[in-house]
Design a protein around this ligand. Structure first.
Ligand code: OSB
Ligand code: MG
Length: 375
């Protein structure tokens, strides 16, 4: 692939309802978009990616403005050099950017845009490229921390009525056992799980064990990102399966977590791990070890929601992901909205990872696009 230009734009897309986790309340998604204009074997092609980084470094150390900076200052010059040496493909982006430490969400956005451009040039869908084995994936929903238990029950009932096949409740100290008990009593059979976003410490082990009473599919990331050994210790005293999100940043860290007994389940978020290709490697590692995986989310817009669905259509994704309809977060998506149909999201069949975003949505939600020449 020969790169011509890369365009960065930061959007602020309003959320239909505030989303509260143990680390923040968001009322809009700040999303950095990457557009790549390139040629593959002389054929002009355009690809799009979005960066998973939030506006603030509260989920991980990355944040949208920082991602834009590292892309422009350090990542694009390396991609441009690889392009000039004629060794740039989606499959080489990872190794070309490897000397820059960390910044996985920034790298993932670039890899996605290059991959989208490459697949569009050859007319191949992302699902076909990956070897996906399903045409639709079961849809789960992540439910933020609410003001009261009655409000939580209303919110959950609404999602159950829409057909969501699995409910994930965000928890934090002071919002855990009682809300989970209330939802379990109202929905005795719904597949239910919780996500603490690292809000607890091992001192809370006895308290967290009370969650074992509610037949949860899993507990996601109760402890800090670097507490792998402590997660293993907590896993030994709880019957609820331990799932890691923030702690798993690569296939190597996934293998470590599995071998330490810190993860019985892994949430695979393509952005968190540096891109879809590393996400597939984690799927492969987990599958070889008999560890279940599911696809997590970062409030993706239509630029990445369908690609997540394609990833989740690989055979090792045996639990429903945080792949909900566009309407879960957005009144207006950047592309044709993803819809929930019979509890599922359809895996896209169009070439590439995403549809071209609607120009009017980019104009309404976006700042001035910044074209970076890379020739
Ligand atoms: O921990 O899974 C998480 C959103 C932002 C940051 C972290 C997380 C989440 C979610 C929402 O739970 C998942 C989604 O539906 O996109
Ligand atoms: Mg999580």
């Amino acid at each position: 692939m020969i790169l011509d230009t890369v365009t960065l734009q930061t959007l602020r897309v309003p959320l239909v309802t505030p989303f509260t986790t143990s680390f923040s309340t968001q009322t809009a998604r700040t999303v950095l978009t990457v557009r790549v204009d390139a040629r593959v074997n002389g054929v002009e092609t355009t690809g799009w990616g979005e960066c998973g980084a939030l506006a603030e470094p509260v989920y991980s150390e990355e944040y949208a403005a920082g991602a834009a900076d590292v892309i422009e200052r350090f990542l694009l010059p390396r991609l441009a050099a690889a392009s000039r040496d004629d060794r740039l493909t989606a499959e080489t982006v990872g190794e070309v950017l490897e000397p820059i430490v960390g910044h996985r969400m920034a790298k993932a956005a670039l890899e996605a845009a290059v991959l989208d451009a490459q697949l569009k040039a050859s007319g191949l869908s992302f699902a076909a490229y990956l070897g996906a084995t399903r045409t639709r994936v079961p849809s789960g929903v992540s439910v933020g921390i609410q003001d009261s238990i009655p409000r939580l029950l209303d919110t959950v009932a609404g999602y159950v009525d829409e057909g969501y096949q699995r409910i994930k409740l965000k928890i934090q100290p002071g919002w855990d056992v009682e809300p989970v008990r209330a939802v379990r009593e109202a929905h005795p059979d719904v597949p239910l799980q919780v996500d603490a976003n690292a809000a607890y410490t091992l001192v809370d082990a006895a308290h967290l064990r009370r969650l074992d009473a509610f037949d949860l599919l899993l507990i996601e990331q109760p402890l800090a990102e670097d507490d792998l050994r402590q997660h293993a210790e907590l896993a030994r005293v709880m019957t609820t399966p331990m799932c890691l999100d923030e702690s798993v940043v690569s296939a190597a860290s996934a293998a470590d977590a599995i071998h330490l007994g810190a993860a019985a389940v892994i949430n695979i978020k393509p952005s968190r791990v540096g891109g879809y290709l590393e996400a597939r490697r984690i799927h492969d590692v987990a599958r070889a070890s008999g560890i279940a995986v599911w696809c997590g989310g970062m409030l993706e817009t239509g630029l990445a929601r369908g690609a997540n669905a394609a990833l989740a259509a690989l055979p090792g994704f045996t639990l429903p992901g945080d792949i909900s309809a566009s309407s879960r977060f957005y009144a207006e998506d950047l592309t044709t909205p993803y819809v929930i149909d019979d509890g599922h999201i359809a895996v896209p069949t169009f070439p590439g990872l995403c549809e071209e975003p609607h120009a009017d949505a980019l104009a309404r939600f976006g700042d001035a696009a910044r074209v970076v020449s890379v020739a």
